[in-house]
Design a protein around this ligand. Structure first.
Ligand code: HEC
Length: 127
């Protein structure tokens, strides 16, 4: 009995969707999010260390805002001082210029909540 409970625990931990059950935005579809990311890729690379118009989004989930070394953030983003949790990304991506007034991310945002959840699920794979 104890052994099977342990095994069940291991199986749950190994299933990516279930391992993040405490994450309210999990359930986003990373494959669909990759298609949404095409909009972001105008200005962002998904690879580590590669600066386009915006900072690289590799590892962005869990990263403090404005923290890629050497990237010339706006003073608005430097002052924003949040961690990019899925919850904060969900709010930010709805209207970047409203959430961080003065940001140089000149992007109107993703009005569709499903698009936001999906792109966040994709961003979570960039690690
Ligand atoms: C028109 C160009 C452009 C587009 C399109 C764009 N971004 Fe950005 N993004 C930027 C710039 C520039 C910054 C830096 C903002 C600043 O310093 O104020 C930024 C910053 C960010 C940050 C903060 C990163 C950090 O290191 O703090 C996140 C997160 C982000 N963008 C996500 C996205 C996502 C996801 C998309 C697509 C849904 C997207 N961006 C689309 C230009 C863009």
């Amino acid at each position: 009995m104890r052994k099977s409970a342990l095994l069940a625990g291991l199986v749950l931990a190994a299933a990516p969707g279930l391992a993040h059950a405490d994450n309210p935005w999990d359930g986003g579809d990373a494959a669909a999010g990759k298609a949404v990311f095409v909009k972001c890729s105008l200005c962002h690379y998904a690879e580590a260390g590669k600066v386009k118009i915006g900072p690289p989004l590799w590892g962005v989930v869990g990263r403090p805002s404005g923290s890629v070394p050497g990237y010339p953030y706006s003073s608005a983003m430097k002052a924003y001082n949040h961690v990019w949790t899925p919850e904060n990304l969900f709010v930010y991506l709805a209207g970047p210029m409203k959430v961080v007034p003065g940001t140089k991310m000149a992007f109107v945002g993703l009005a569709d909540a499903t698009d936001r959840k999906n792109v966040i699920a994709y961003l979570e794979t960039l690690k």
